[in-house]
Design a protein around this ligand. Structure first.
Ligand code: MN
Ligand code: MN
Length: 461
């Protein structure tokens, strides 16, 4: 054998996915990404994503799961967890005793949340005070167009839904930054300190009500909100209002191979999970799709992946078949579908190039996340990695390996550890992202498409 033949038979040679993408796949990819972009334009918070998922699931014959419901193979059910997270299942032909094939993503993204008492006036400008949610770089949020999304539960028991800044005729909101002329002191600070959390105050208006009195700009804003939504200031105390980047997602690059949007992490995997579930026939093993909340702050709380809401859902499924929940868990598999960091030549020094995911190389399989000696990671076993590798290759899905940066560079986590803690074999996989957690994140169309195919293959494994 020549060295060249040996090289070909013995060594790995990862390829850009465009090398093998067929014309048919390319057309499917473009269609898929159009649907994904429409979903992203409609959904910027976990609540909006959950509402959207409920609507599309019902259109495809999914019914709300209730305790004591009888279930047959092929039945499609969902559980809406308080409007912030949704769990869906398609019942398999085999008993849940043989386990479920689960894909788990999250639908919350980093942003600015309004404080409970947010509205104030200073220097004759009205503002909202915010507390950032998730891991943001604070300096990225001033001087970009922002929108307000959320709900306000009024004292009379009614709830109003708020969206300001997305329609072309809407005003947008903004956080100001210092002019460079006077920024000598600011520019000496680190990026972490250049903009402080308490400076992320959102400008609401400047026109005072006519007449006498104090805080007339604030009063005018409250009057406008009262006219539009029927709320008074104390209603902010029972509200969830989020500040997110305004505007639609866009194709990026002269070749349109990329998509730029707020919140790809992790709605890009959420959409990849739901698409194949909607139209699947009866799978062998029950297919379960999780779209969780609160991943960005540790998967805590009632709508996060650590919540027993998952047990409630799975137990209702198991009860219908007289199966013990723990037996189902022990035989289940979970693809923790979350984004990874795409290799960025601008910041090459943070990555181990041999182990970092690349744009356009397909769905990125991550054996472990964590930081400092794999701390906090769900380190997938060789057997679990083999299962995923074989499943994807048999289904013709382009995939690659991923690690989150060089050793001791930093790190992160996903819902994987919380699924594995439940005695469910779990592997991380998802779409590589440039500028993760920034107001505009970048993904490649090819990786989005391959991640959807990967979820489909896992459901059908
Ligand atoms: Mn994520
Ligand atoms: Mn994240």
């Amino acid at each position: 054998m020549t060295n060249e033949e040996l090289r070909e038979s013995l060594l790995m040679a990862p390829k850009n996915g465009y090398a093998t993408l067929t014309a048919e796949q390319r057309a499917e990819m473009e269609d898929y990404c159009k649907r994904y972009m429409a979903f992203m334009d409609a959904c910027k918070t976990e609540r909006e994503a959950t509402d959207w998922m409920v609507a599309i699931a019902e259109q495809h014959g999914f019914k709300p799961l209730t305790a004591g419901m009888s279930l047959d193979p092929g039945d499609k059910v969902y559980y809406n967890n308080r409007g912030k997270s949704i769990l869906l299942a398609v019942i398999g032909s085999e008993s849940l005793a043989s386990g479920a094939n689960i894909c788990a993503a999250h639908v919350d993204s980093p942003r600015l949340d309004l404080k409970p008492n947010p509205l104030y006036e200073d220097g004759e400008i009205a503002y909202f005070k915010t507390h950032y949610y998730g891991g943001i770089k604070k300096y990225q949020w001033p001087t970009i167009a922002l929108a307000l999304h959320g709900v306000i539960c009024k004292k009379d028991g009614t709830t109003v839904t708020v969206t300001i800044g997305e329609d072309d005729s809407d005003p947008v909101l903004v956080v100001s930054d210092l002019l460079p002329h006077l920024a000598a002191d600011q520019m000496k600070k680190t990026l972490a300190d250049g903009i402080a959390g308490e400076q992320l105050n959102v400008i609401l208006g400047t026109e005072p009500l006519s007449g006498e009195g104090s805080d007339l700009v604030k009063l005018n804003i409250m009057k406008l909100l009262n006219e539009k939504y029927g709320i008074i200031e104390s209603d902010f105390l029972s509200a969830e209002l989020n500040i997110v980047p305004a505007g639609k997602c866009r194709e990026v690059g002269l070749d349109r191979s990329l998509i730029g949007a707020y919140g790809h992490d992790d709605r890009v995997c959420a959409f990849a999970e739901i698409e194949p579930l909607l139209t699947m026939g009866t799978p062998k093993h029950t297919a379960v799709c999780i779209l969780a909340d609160k991943e960005e702050i540790g998967s805590v709380g009632i709508s996060g992946m650590q919540s027993w809401a998952f047990e409630y859902f799975m137990e209702m499924l198991c009860d219908a078949q007289g199966v013990k929940l723990m037996e189902c868990y022990a035989n289940s598999f979970c693809l923790s579908a979350d984004v990874s960091n795409a290799f960025d030549p601008n910041f090459a020094e943070v990555s181990d190039r041999r182990n970092n995911s690349m744009l356009n190389y397909g769905v990125a399989i991550c054996k472990y996340t964590g930081s400092r000696g794999k701390g906090g990671a769900s380190d997938a076993s060789a057997e679990a990695m083999s299962h995923v590798r074989t499943t994807l290759e048999n289904a013709g899905v382009q995939w690659q390996i991923a690690t989150l940066g060089k050793v001791d560079q930093g790190g992160g986590g996903t819902v994987a550890a919380y699924m594995a803690n439940r005695n469910i074999v779990t592997v991380d996989a998802g779409v590589p992202v440039l500028s993760m957690h920034a107001p505009m994140e970048i993904v490649s169309k090819l990786d989005c498409y391959m991640t959807m195919l990967a979820c489909k293959a896992i459901y059908n494994a």
